[in-house]
Design a protein around this ligand. Sequence first.
Ligand code: UDP
Length: 246
Amino acid sequence: MVKQGRIDVLGVGFDNLTMAEALAEGARLMSEAGAHYVVTPNPEIVEVCRENPDAGRAVNGADLVIADGVGVIYGARLLGTPLKQRLPGIEFAEGLLPEMVQTGKSLYLLGAKPGIAEQAAENLCRKYPGLRIAGTHDGYFQEDGPVTEAIRASGADVVFVCFGAPKQELWMEKNGAATGAHLLLGIGGSLDVFAGVVRRAPAVFSKLGLEWFYRLLKQPSRIGRMARLPLFLVHAALARGSKKGR
Ligand code: UDP
């Protein structure tokens, strides 16, 4: 179910915010009692949510839903309910770090292959002096209990959860409260980027809305997953047609 006040793009509700507004909301959530989580769907994830009701519930149940992919911006415009801005999850996550340094909040990095989170921590600490890293853990574990316990024991305020979708969204929905953290962010392959193992698309690709194409060139094995992108646009066009017909 799409929460009230959100923009409904094929069953996923997006918060209509600029980056500055989203960061202010993120800062508020990390200081508020209780556990909150943020999801950053792209068109591929919207399609996954249409196919998998559990994923749809976990995504729509988030405290903040921001539009990661340019395709979502096109889809929302096509549906006659435009979103203000595309908000890449990795930029949102990094945008919160200066606030965390200033307020002394600590960060736990969870996900990716062994060794990646540690490297990401080292690089982030170099870029943001004073950043407190509460701990790290890879994303290939069998039982949730010991991991949530380790995060709780670390006293982390914020957790970057990087398993890819919809695994990370389902994990945050189920385990967010048990970690004791106030804010969890599901941001896919971001730890690989922070660690310097994967490069983000050069600015020219993002400016042209072709970041997905760059990723496809770099990782051709993504072709199966990316087949959902044209499907998403077809679904958006059909939904617009039926809206107009009403
Ligand atoms: N990953 C993980 N545990 C898993 C499966 C994947 O930690 O069980 C990690 C994987 O190593 C990679 C990230 O999750 O770092 C997924 O990256 P991808 O680029 O597929 O995610 P996207 O950004 O497209 O959601």
